[in-house]
Ligand binder design. Structure first.
Ligand SMILES: [Zn+2]
Length: 342
């Protein structure tokens, strides 16, 4: 990269950081940045920052016959928060082509953990559809981050894509059982993921009959959005917490606007357990602080309500009881300064 390009790139990245609200000092946004947070729904690949992707692209730029592709990739990632749905989807394709060996998996997992720690996330559950050969690299990155980024506790959820059928799902379950035993408690769950637009009420019913410990998105549960009262009743009866990802839902157009987000239905309407999450912070150009800021603005929440949301998220983490207690202690300490809690 020439010097001039490096300077332009740095300008671009710092502009992006500004527009993402990552480096604001005294604006009201700083409250959302300062409060300790819990992130329970974050896919590794979708969480890679534009800055890290840029570095990966530059590494690939050395490969023959890639010049055309590289400039197309750069155009898409430089769109930042103005990325269209098509460009966001293209991002996943680019990332898939870039993250294709063990050392890259290790590197991006570590960089994602560092990003979340920088955003004052104190507990993080990362998830990924993980080929057997990459699992070790993910765990190695989490282990190393214990020492290099000690402010954040990280656990891993192995994801099954329902679209890939029962054989693939069974392979993942077997892999998960294997690593549950040997990954020092780092593997804490299995994610049954799928496209909400291709599943129906019957599908959702089968999944809910398993009584999951948490629900990701929950976009199509309530009757107004293709779900049913029956599904809502199960979620309420078993008090299953819902992971809500506002920017992701609106940018990927599964929800039409922030004001129409089903957080209103569950949180305001039913006082149900809700957990604010990012889903894919890199692809959708967001941070967990921004998601809390957005939720507060959209639904008129006070700082105390936002604080209570972060604190209650601790109850729904998959790590052991001692981790929950340690996190609650951190919130108690930080609450003294941030919320005047004694
Ligand atoms: Zn997701």
């Amino acid at each position: 990269m020439t010097n001039q390009r490096t300077v332009l790139m740095q300008k671009f990245i710092s502009k992006m950081a500004d527009s993402n609200g990552v480096v604001k000092g005294t604006s009201p946004f700083s409250f959302f940045k300062k409060i300790p947070k819990v992130e329970l729904h974050a896919h590794i690949n979708g969480s890679i920052s534009a800055e890290t992707i840029e570095k990966l692209i530059q590494r690939k730029a050395g490969c023959a016959n890639l010049n055309n592709k590289v400039s197309q990739w750069e155009t898409t990632i430089r769109k930042g928060d103005k990325r269209s749905l098509q460009e966001s989807l293209a991002m996943f394709g680019i990332i898939y082509q870039l993250v294709d060996d063990n050392s890259t998996v290790f590197h991006v997992t570590k960089s994602v953990i560092e990003d979340f720690a920088e955003d004052n996330v104190r507990y993080l559950e990362l998830r990924s559809m993980t080929k057997q050969s990459y699992v070790e690299a993910v765990f190695a990155a989490i282990e190393e981050a214990r020492h290099t980024v000690p402010s954040i506790i990280v656990r891993f959820i192995m994801a099954i894509n329902r679209k890939l059928g029962p054989d693939d799902a069974l392979d993942t379950v077997q892999l998960a059982l294997q690593y549950k035993a040997k990954a020092n408690g780092l593997l804490v769950g299995i994610d049954l993921s799928g496209d909400p637009k291709v599943s129906d009420v019957e599908d959702s019913r089968i999944l809910l009959d398993l009584i999951p410990d948490r629900i990701g998105h929950g976009t199509c549960l309530h009757p107004e959005n293709g779900g049913s009262q029956d599904l809502v009743s199960i979620v309420e009866k078993y008090e299953i917490p819902i992971e809500l990802c506002l920017t992701s839902n609106v940018k990927s157009q599964t929800v039409s606007s922030f004001a129409d987000h089903h957080m209103d239905y569950w949180y305001n309407g039913k006082n149900h357990h809700c957990i604010i999450c990012t889903d894919d912070k890199g692809v959708f150009s967001t941070t967990l602080s921004e998601e809390y800021s957005l939720v507060a603005e959209t639904f008129n929440l006070t700082h105390q309500q936002v604080w209570n949301l972060t604190y209650s998220s601790i109850n729904y983490i998959f790590a052991e009881e001692s981790v929950k207690n340690a996190l609650k202690e951190i919130w108690r300490e930080e609450g003294k300064n941030l919320m005047n809690i004694n």
